[in-house]
Design a protein around this ligand. Structure first.
Ligand SMILES: Nc1ncnc2c1ncn2[C@@H]1O[C@H](COP(=O)(O)OP(=O)(O)OP(=O)(O)O)[C@@H](O)[C@H]1O
Ligand SMILES: [Mg+2]
Length: 308
């Protein structure tokens, strides 16, 4: 399978501060690749280096075999980007913003109108085409930035938190579109703070923390490696930490952690958890398979274990 993006030891320093450290990864043609990590991990900085908005400090970076430090303009024409900040011209209308971008991409004049019309329809924005950007809701702006990135049918699409601020129905609509783009052979780089979204869309992903890539794999591989099994969530109002923790001490393959949602007990199988219910006076609020959110909290050190 051919590689669309290859990064070897990529680094970005802002003065003395290193925002992206020694990052090595490959994005294969036709996959949806996820870039996850806490706020400030370096995700947007990496994305910005990829299409030449930010110049990397060192390392090798290629997209379509081009170096973004040198060929940024050609890259921008082949990549659709949903930036984290909307970057729309506030003084213009929806239609005018789309037309400017169509001109930048050198889409033939006679094709612009039809393409913009169909893109706006797709995200239910056609009734807003004469509206000024500043009169759009936050979710509508996000939808507009998304469809603008699809203009000219790019082979590679970068989505930096594309669904932030979208209502659940529109978010699902966008997921459907991302899957459709993938089925057409498009390669996608996705950043999101919604772990379920990453699980639904990403073939492979990396987790970054403080500029470093700390984990890499398919969602399933990451769950199996870092947080295999099932999780029972107990409410802090209904049970005590000691009760849950003592169970995890007695059973070596049980793991205890806690967060604002309550106490978590993770065990290798569903049966282990169900069998252990008699030893705890209250019923769990939830029993579920371990998910990418568990992996995220564990690998980024944000999960509190019994020892903290
Ligand atoms: N132009 C800049 N000058 C100085 N520091 C910067 C600049 N851009 C980003 N940083 C710093 O680099 C680090 C990484 O920022 P970045 O925006 O890449 O994080 P992120 O992973 O995208 O976070 P978020 O999830 O909040 O979007 C942060 O500490 C940020 O303050
Ligand atoms: Mg960001």
């Amino acid at each position: 399978m051919s590689v669309v993006v290859s990064a070897k030891g990529v680094e970005k320093k802002f003065g003395d501060f290193t925002a992206v450290k020694n990052t090595t990864l490959n994005i294969r043609q036709g996959e949806c690749f996820g870039l996850l990590g806490p706020n400030g991990a370096g995700k947007s900085t990496f994305i910005n280096m990829l299409y030449g908005v930010v110049r990397r400090t060192s390392g090798e970076l290629k997209i379509f075999h081009m170096d973004p430090n040198i060929e940024s303009r050609s890259i921008k024409k082949r990549v659709g980007v949903v930036t984290q900040e909307n970057a729309l011209d506030e003084s213009l209308t929806v239609w005018e913003n789309m037309m400017i971008y169509a001109a930048f991409l050198s889409i033939p004049r006679e094709k612009r109108k039809d393409q913009i019309d169909s893109l706006l329809k797709f995200m239910n924005l056609d009734h807003k085409k004469e509206a000024n950007i500043r009169h759009l809701s936050g979710g509508m702006r996000r939808r507009l930035v998304f469809v603008r990135a699809l203009m000219g049918n790019p082979e590679f699409i970068v989505l930096d938190e594309p669904t932030t601020g979208l209502d659940p129905a529109v978010r699902h609509l966008l997921w459907g579109k991302v899957k459709e783009l993938k089925n057409r052979g498009c390669t996608i780089l996705l950043t999101t703070h919604y772990m379920h979204e990453a699980e639904v869309l990403c073939d492979r992903l990396v987790i970054m923390n403080k500029g470093d890539v700390i984990a890499e794999g398919t969602p399933k591989e990451l769950i199996n490696k870092y947080t295999p099994g099932y999780v029972a969530v107990y409410s802090a109002q209904k049970t005590t930490e000691e009760q849950i923790n003592s169970l995890s001490t007695k059973k070596p393959n049980f793991l205890f952690s806690k967060d604002s949602t309550g106490f978590h007990l993770r065990a290798p199988t569903l049966k282990d958890l169900i069998d252990s219910r008699q030893e705890i006076t209250s019923e769990p609020d939830q029993i579920r398979p371990a998910n990418l959110e568990d992996v995220f909290l564990k690998t980024t050190g944000q999960e509190l274990s019994a020892d903290d």
